[in-house]
Ligand binder design. Structure first.
Ligand code: CTP
Length: 131
């Protein structure tokens, strides 16, 4: 039984999110997702998420590839989260390539290519521009 873990904000849920969740789940038997708290998202991206934590969690729970969701309160707790959830593989989008090598002592670390031409930030910009 292989457990895969991944992390993200998953705000304004889009098909790039579906793709990474599907591909992550295919790497093992069970997918656990750490979803950024609203505060963590603010500290990472300098803005509040459009959808608050409860709504983002609600959507993730409804995705068939996701077996469990927990709240990521701090970027500094990754090691603890990996151990707590007994993850065998950490999967991240390749925007994070090379950033998680330090966890190779406790799990496999894989980076998957991002889906081109879509991101939460871009969707927000497009919506802002609609007259
Ligand atoms: N992701 C992806 N392909 C995309 C967008 C996101 O594979 N086109 C992945 C990221 O690499 C990450 C996960 O989805 O592993 C969650 O990313 P998140 O930061 O929540 O989404 P983004 O759309 O990248 O958000 P933003 O534009 O705010 O950075």
């Amino acid at each position: 039984m292989k457990t895969v873990i991944t992390f993200g904000t998953f705000d304004v849920f889009h098909s790039g999110h579906v793709n990474i969740l599907r591909r992550s789940r295919e790497m093992g038997d069970r997918l656990v997702v750490g979803i950024s708290s609203d505060q963590l998202n603010f500290s990472k991206k300098g803005r509040n998420p459009v959808y608050p934590l409860r709504s983002r969690m609600n959507i993730l729970h409804a995705i068939r590839y996701v077996d469990q969701v927990f709240v990521e309160e701090s970027l500094d707790l990754k090691r603890e989260y990996i151990i707590e959830h007994q993850a065998d593989i950490l999967v991240m989008g390749d925007d994070w390539k090379g950033k998680f090598e330090e966890f190779k002592d406790i799990c496999e670390v894989k980076y998957l290519p991002r889906t081109p031409s879509i991101s939460t930030t871009e969707i927000i910009e497009v919506i802002k521009d609609i007259e």
